[in-house]
Design a protein around this ligand. Structure first.
Ligand code: PBG
Length: 327
């Protein structure tokens, strides 16, 4: 008891603060999302996400070189698909020559195994209605959607994608995708399941970035998780592990640290937190307006690590390394 115990003793000096530090972040914990689009020589800033750009394939090297320099282990690709390629069934998702597959091949050709490629498996960039699956009788049809997701996964794996990341929240899709990967000899392709993905207001800027926001006429409540629930996330994660996921995603991140911590305490599987677009834009805005200092970004990252995340998908990835992790 006080005064024999004084917790401030370890806080007095920098060396002792360093010595007792429980959590930390390194560039190896970061995944950089990258938006891609068709065209030539395009690097365009996304209005809703200042500092984040869409790249045509011939301009991708700018951002990938920067990520490599920063020792970021993996990137996650998100396509903005031309409107004329979208339809109700999202068939472009299964075209072997679509934007994502071309991007994977290009990146693999230029960078070999230097950087991991993660690709979303979901139909929302490809559907004219902006939903993640195929609609039948006014609802996104689970099983019909899985059939397409399996095809989408296989063509992405064939193109050279390292990590398949189903983000659509259909039931049973991890198992079906895993079986198909095994059967087609992609046995080392990883699956990062967006296992606990909530219906969230924080996805707005992303939908603007991939152009699904104006399409979407209703919400995603009949497939993404209700944010009033937390126990349910454990059931979701349990199933995805049983079905063959290698890593699980919790999304969004910042307002869901309780979920990360709960999952960490219940399972032994790598956890990835998605620091989503709304969290990025909010913080970016506050920093731009000088309401918050830059260091708030670093603090936010540590909070993900402290909660139990092994890695964080963040639009700040390069900035974090450049500002806080270079000594
Ligand atoms: C959809 C998908 C979304 C994000 C990644 N994949 C949005 C959605 O569910 O509408 C959001 C990412 C972000 O907000 O940064 N498959």
């Amino acid at each position: 008891m006080y005064p024999l115990t004084r917790l401030r003793r370890t806080r007095i000096n920098e060396w002792s603060r360093r010595l007792v530090q429980e959590n930390n972040i390194s560039s190896s914990d970061l995944i950089l999302p990258i938006f891609i689009k068709d065209g030539k020589n395009i690097t365009e800033e996304i209005p809703s996400m200042p500092g984040v750009f869409r790249y045509s394939l011939d301009s991708l090297h700018k951002i990938i070189d920067r990520a490599l320099k920063n020792k970021i282990p993996a990137i996650a690709l998100f396509p903005e698909i031309n409107n004329n390629k979208k339809n109700t069934k999202g068939t472009e998702a299964t075209n072997k020559n679509n934007l994502v597959c071309r991007a994977i091949k290009e990146i693999k050709k230029n960078y070999k195994k230097e950087i991991g490629i993660i690709c979303d498996v979901a139909l929302d960039p490809y559907t004219s209605h902006g939903h993640d699956g195929i609609i039948k009788n006014n609802i996104v049809d689970n099983d019909l959607t899985i059939t397409t997701l399996v095809k989408q996964s296989l063509i992405q794996a064939e193109a050279g994608c390292d990590v398949i990341a189903p983000s659509d929240m259909m039931d049973g899709r991890i198992g079906e995708i895993r079986k198909a990967l095994e059967k087609n000899n992609y046995k080392d392709t990883l699956i990062l399941s967006y296992a606990a993905k909530y219906v969230s207001n924080f996805y707005g800027p992303f939908r603007n970035a991939v152009g699904s926001e104006t399409k979407l006429k209703s919400d995603k409540k009949n497939y993404q998780m209700d944010f009033h629930n937390s126990e349910e996330s454990l059931r979701e994660i349990n199933l995805d592990i049983e079905e063959g996921a290698d890593m699980v995603m919790i999304k969004p991140g910042l307002a869901y640290l309780d979920i990360i911590s709960k999952v960490k305490n219940s399972f032994n599987i790598p956890i990835v937190a998605y620091n989503v677009s709304g969290e990025y834009s909010m913080m970016k805005h506050a920093i731009k307006e000088k309401i918050l200092p830059d260091a708030a970004i670093y603090e936010m990252m540590i909070s993900f690590k402290r909660a139990g995340a092994n890695a964080v998908v963040t639009y700040f990835a390069n900035e974090i390394v450049e500002k806080f992790l270079k000594s």
